[in-house]
Ligand binder design. Structure first.
Ligand SMILES: [Zn+2]
Length: 324
């Protein structure tokens, strides 16, 4: 686990540490600018595994933590890198400026590597390369002297510079420089981007009020936080399904045979076909019940019926249909 001690220099009310009033009428305080960059660095690094960040200053800006307390805290924690974020000023108004990276007067080889990498990344990202100071500087400053780990103090531009100040006040600059520092820290610390945790949402519709309550209770019991919402059911009118009319095949109705009783005193004659023009082939006595298996029009009667026994046809007019 790589440990980064991150220090936003000073605190909100440090006298004199502010933007030049002629350039920035709000006279933005140095800590506010330092804090903004530190916050961004921390926020980005939250998305990485294998790295821990400890803010060394008071993040509310209200308490002026002493320099000794700050370096003690980082030493005790066992930080792998100290990154101090500052903004420069000399008091008078100047036009020159630029980013400066400080290490101790007798820096470790590792500190020098960090200094160079952080400075180069910051210049590449912001273009705030100045002319006012030695960009890769060594100085006997508390932050870089009293820290046991490699320590770099970055002066991220001049608050009294007509060139730097309008730039360093912008959110865009803070984003760019924070990303630049992070890129170096990621590369050198071996931190890796966190894998996103994939979660699932289940939506069930169409439950009755009672079922919804049961379901809600069950899920709550399992430690979930279900959201139950009521909605008005939309009842769709069933569309009348009008099937295309298919041409009907005309199937002749099958003749249903029936029983009939001969109902004439003289009985009926049987003919070989449906009509008196056919030959007589027999006769049936009155009151005899016969089964008619077919009907046909024919001469001499309104209707002729074919006998089931195959003997021929009789005039149905002289019979009474039996009730089924
Ligand atoms: Zn400072």
């Amino acid at each position: 686990m790589f440990k980064l001690a991150l220090n936003a220099g000073h605190y909100k009310y440090t006298a004199g540490k502010r933007c030049h009033w002629e350039i920035d009428p709000k006279q933005t305080r140095e800590w506010v600018l330092n804090d903004r960059i530190c916050d961004k660095i921390q926020k980005i690094l939250e998305g990485y595994d294998g790295i821990e960040v400890l803010r060394i200053d008071d993040t509310s800006g209200e308490i002026d933590v002493s320099l000794k307390n700050r370096t003690d805290k980082a030493n005790k924690w066992g930080a792998d890198l100290w990154l101090g974020i500052h903004h420069n000023a000399a008091g008078k108004k100047f036009s020159g400026g630029g980013i400066v990276a400080y290490v101790y007067t007798k820096p470790s080889a590792e500190a020098l590597e960090w200094q160079k990498a952080l400075y180069n990344a910051a210049i590449k990202a912001t273009g705030l390369k100045g002319n006012r100071s030695t960009p890769l500087a060594k100085k006997n400053l508390h932050e870089v002297r009293e820290t046991k780990m490699p320590a770099v103090l970055m002066e991220c531009g001049f608050m009294d510079s007509t060139v730097d100040c309008p730039i360093i006040l912008t959110e865009e600059f803070a984003d760019k420089i924070a990303e630049a520092y992070v890129s170096v820290i990621i590369e050198r610390s071996g931190a890796t981007k966190k894998k996103p945790t994939v979660l699932y949402r289940v939506q069930v519709e169409g439950l009755s009020e009672k079922d919804a309550e049961v379901f809600e209770e069950e899920l709550t019991g399992k430690g979930y936080v279900p959201t139950v919402t009521a909605y008005e059911a939309v009842v769709e009118e069933p569309k009348e399904d009008i099937p295309e009319e298919e041409p009907k095949e005309i199937i002749p109705e099958a003749f249903v045979p029936y029983k009939a009783q001969v109902n004439t005193p003289s009985g009926v004659k049987i003919r070989s076909g449906a009509g008196t023009n056919y030959a007589k082939v027999g006769s049936i006595k009155n009151k005899t019940v016969v089964t008619i298996v077919d009907e046909s029009k024919g001469a001499g009667a309104n209707l002729w019926g074919k006998l089931s026994d195959g003997r021929g046809w009789i005039a149905v007019d002289y019979t009474v249909k039996e009730k089924n």
